[in-house]
Design a binder for this molecule. Structure first.
Ligand code: FAD
Length: 279
């Protein structure tokens, strides 16, 4: 019996300029849409800093008939503002969300209270019923602020039990961490899909800095190889595509339900990796 096609989705961040937005809507999205993703998603800046641009990008993509999920957190907003945003999304034909706690915007110190994702999921279900398909974040290598591996896992279960439909992982390069995580999830009764989040490697300096902050480990052999390439961007790109394609192939061969690509708003190298998978 042939296996069902794995679910593929693509993540964007909202561009800062009109020109960037135009390129994303009119060039990047049609090109990536040829790969038949189930949906696109658009991130939400820390503290709700991109509320209007996320809404704008999501609305423009939706107007072209493509399925798209805004990421959402309480940020600095109260329940009234979040409820209004949910209503606007619903009116604009959006029926998916990625629900998050988010992080403190830099410079805010402890001035802001973050709302845990399980509370946001419960709020969305209370306000909008079953209208939205809700995804939440998950961490095969453990969230950087988590008290322990097991507590992080239980909080993931809490978000799913609050009404989320599935989870997408933080990106990772250690494939064992993902499959061990799936086993641990199953052991505590999580039976909803956990999609693998995948970051194509393009710029090693940025990746190393970001990975340090979000708790994703870059295996030593990958780091050493990348460092060895220095400013040779072609070699970094080529090696990145090779390593990430292999990672994705292993994931799909071993039964991952699907892949969510952190595209960084670029068609390549996501397309190249996708094509290597023979989907
Ligand atoms: P939560 O699930 O609320 O967890 C946060 C931390 O608190 C964890 O350490 C957890 O163990 C603990 N915890 C959870 N629930 C409770 C509770 N009820 N009581 C006590 N402790 C608890 N960030 C953005 O700013 N914008 C985005 O668009 C964005 N998109 C993302 C998409 C994906 C797929 C992923 C994986 C991450 C994304 N992030 C985004 C990053 C995310 O916001 C950060 O990792 C953030 O620090 C945690 O968000 P969360 O929803 O996982 O938090």
């Amino acid at each position: 019996m042939s296996r069902q096609r794995p679910r593929i989705s693509f993540e964007y961040f909202p561009p800062k300029t009109d020109q960037g937005k135009e390129r994303l809507i009119n060039e990047t999205t049609p090109a990536l849409n040829e790969l038949a993703p189930e949906f696109f998603s658009v991130t939400y800046g820390a503290g709700g800093s991109t509320r209007d641009t996320t809404l704008g990008v999501v609305s423009s993509i939706r107007e072209t008939g493509i399925d798209v999920a805004p990421h959402l957190s309480f940020g600095g907003d109260d329940e009234t503002a979040v409820a209004k945003l949910l209503d606007t999304y619903k009116e604009r034909g959006i029926n998916r969300l990625v629900a998050l706690r988010g992080d403190m915007p830099s410079g805010m110190g402890a001035a802001m209270q973050l709302v845990y994702a399980n509370e946001l999921v419960a709020f969305v279900r209370e306000h909008s019923g079953d209208h939205f398909n809700i995804e939440v974040a998950s961490y095969p290598e453990t969230h950087p602020e988590a008290a322990s591996y097991d507590s992080d896992l239980l909080y993931l279960k809490g978000k799913l039990d609050a009404g989320a439909n599935s989870a997408i992982t933080q990106y990772f390069f250690n494939v064992e961490s993902y499959f061990y995580f799936l086993d641990q999830c199953a052991a505590i009764g999580i039976d909803k899909p956990i999609y693998a989040g995948i970051m194509p490697i393009t710029n090693y300096t940025n990746l190393a800095r970001f990975s340090g902050n979000c708790g994703a480990e870059i295996p030593r052999w990958i780091a050493k190889k990348m460092e060895g390439y220095g400013n040779d961007t072609d070699s970094v790109r080529k090696f990145g595509i090779e390593v990430v394609s292999q990672l994705c192939q292993t994931l799909l061969d071993s039964g991952a339900p699907g892949i969510h690509f952190y595209t960084m708003n670029q068609v390549e190298p996501t397309r190249e990796i996708y094509n290597n998978l023979g989907l």
